[in-house]
Unconditional design. Structure first.
Length: 473
């Protein structure tokens, strides 16, 4: 495995348990810290997103329960916890009855550093794979489009039957494949259009989280935000600012302005009422957030035999949707399935893995790209002083209105709509499941049609960007 983040560790876990001899090479020189709190201070410059908010979706939790129940148990023992559908319903919800499938609608609350720390600790302690830190892979070895292993930065060559690229979002897959005379990979890249700003907190002794069940975030058009619950009484707040709004981004990077903004945001304000203190003195910022899809099998043939990819090295989606660790884990499990069915044939493994990835995970990439294009359009209109909903002949305006005045209120009052929405959010139904379900569509439209007969939607934050900026001074 090139890389010991979520994808590398998940693949190591799955293949190691299946009896394969796995070596994970991780560039960051990160000796194992003793506790989750020490892991939060980890020097993980190879994966700087670790100090940003992370949601761990139900599909990921279910993969853990199904394939690695010991890791799931260790996560809970160390202070992560589960958030079950039905436990914290919106106060307006009536007529909710649990259904058998709800048992799989469970998310995990943890800091990303805690999640990765538990995974690494488990992999190392069980010896299911060997982990080498502080060593970088600098190239594939091999020739004539056939990988035979990797070359490390200290000159060591490691032979391998299969090299798994799990080197994250900055991986230059093409350069490595070209280095062994492979064919061009098929890569698509789309900007998400946002910059992430995150701050982490811990509840003061004796203080509780605000009641859950209400809002956990919002989209104001000029800013998106969310509150993420973590392990051991921690939580984080993330503000996502359009890439082009340099001024807002610059202002919100200061801890004082960040918190002043947070107190203006309906879902975040209660968390910042003095019940918690920051875990460090920084607002963590991360730009360069891309949607990315990279095919290592083109026209039915691997671009190079003996190399496959998992996680961000081959598929990234907008972090706001919280899917990356889930798709990294999912792609690792798909690889384990391909290896189980086709080892020792590296060509057949690659072709089968590509087929599974395209069928099961690619639809989520496509959905992210589509959703981001619309969000960028809205943000650009606001920044240019235009009304993004001004053109009523544009079908996108109607879609936004139905989302705002139909779907959103329906998720607060109608258990059928909420369940379908949460299943979708957790990657347990296909991206188009909501619009394909005629019952859900009818319920949403009926709520939309009654929009004039009910009070306006709850305010998520300042109505305009200027109002928010005014509150920062
Ligand atoms: C701001 C932000 C917020 C996010 N929020 C969420 C969220 O809420 N929920 C969610 O599920 N996902 C989220 N994600 C996505 C998630 O973090 C990634 O999808 C996930 O980390 C992918 O795992 P990975 O193993 O592919 O990559 P990484 O975890 O990034 O690991 C790649 C590893 O490879 C190592 N490496 C790189 N090159 C080499 C080399 N040449 N040799 C050896 N090692 C190398 C790096 O040091 C790194 O440790 C977020 C991402 C970002 C950027």
């Amino acid at each position: 495995m090139v890389g010991g983040g979520i994808g590398g560790l998940a693949t190591g876990l799955a293949l190691g348990k299946a009896g394969h001899r796995v070596t994970i090479v991780e560039r960051d020189d990160t000796p194992m810290p003793a506790s989750p709190d020490e892991a939060f201070a980890w020097d993980r410059r190879g994966a700087p997103q670790v100090r940003h908010s992370h949601a761990f979706l139900a599909r990921l939790r279910n993969l853990l329960v199904q394939h690695h129940p010991d890791v799931h148990r260790e996560l809970l023992d160390i202070g992560a916890f589960e958030m079950r559908f039905g436990e914290n319903l919106p106060p307006e919800m009536e007529g909710f009855e649990p259904e058998p499938d709800d048992a799989e609608l469970v998310m995990i609350a943890a800091r990303r550093t805690t999640f990765e720390w538990v995974l690494r600790r488990h992999v190392t302690a069980t010896g299911v794979a060997s982990v080498h830190t502080g060593r970088a892979v600098i190239a594939l070895t091999g020739s004539s489009a056939r990988a035979t292993g990797v070359l490390l930065d200290d000159g060591t060559e490691l032979g391998a039957d299969l090299v798994v690229l799990a080197s994250g979002r900055r991986a230059d897959v093409q350069a490595w494949i070209s280095g062994i005379d492979g064919r061009p990979v098929a890569e698509e890249v789309e900007d998400t259009g946002i910059v992430y700003l995150s701050r982490f907190y811990r509840l003061r002794r004796g203080r509780d989280r605000p009641p859950r069940g209400g809002l956990i975030g919002g989209d104001l058009g000029y800013l998106k935000y969310g509150v993420f619950v973590g392990d051991n009484d921690t939580f984080s707040i993330t503000l996502a600012v359009p890439t082009d709004d340099r001024e807002l981004r610059r202002r919100l990077t200061g801890p004082g302005a960040f918190e002043a903004a947070g107190r203006q945001l309906a879902a975040a304000a209660d968390w910042l009422d003095g019940r918690a203190e920051p875990l460090d003195d920084r607002v963590h910022a991360m730009a360069g957030l891309l949607n990315r899809w990279c095919d290592l099998v083109v026209d039915g043939e691997p671009v190079a035999v003996g190399v496959v990819g998992v996680g961000d090295a081959v598929l990234c989606t907008n972090p706001l949707y919280g899917r990356g660790c889930t798709t990294a884990f999912w792609s690792a499990q798909l690889l384990a399935d391909s290896v189980a069915d086709h080892a020792p044939d590296p060509r057949a493994i690659a072709v089968d893995h590509a087929h599974r990835m395209t069928a099961q995970i690619r639809p989520w990439y496509t959905a992210s790209v589509r959703q981001d294009a619309e969000a960028r359009r809205v943000a650009a209109a606001i920044l240019a002083g235009e009304d993004p909903d001004g053109d009523t002949s544009d079908s996108r305006t109607l879609v936004r209105a139905v989302f705002r005045d139909g779907l959103r209120p329906a998720t607060r009052t109608d258990p059928v709509v909420l369940r379908a929405f949460v299943r979708n959010l957790n990657l347990l139904s296909p991206p188009d499941a909501l619009t394909a379900d005629t019952d859900v569509v009818a319920r949403v439209l009926s709520v939309y049609e009654q929009r004039a007969q009910r009070p306006p939607e709850p305010v998520l934050g300042p109505a305009s960007r200027d109002e928010l900026v005014g509150a920062l001074t």
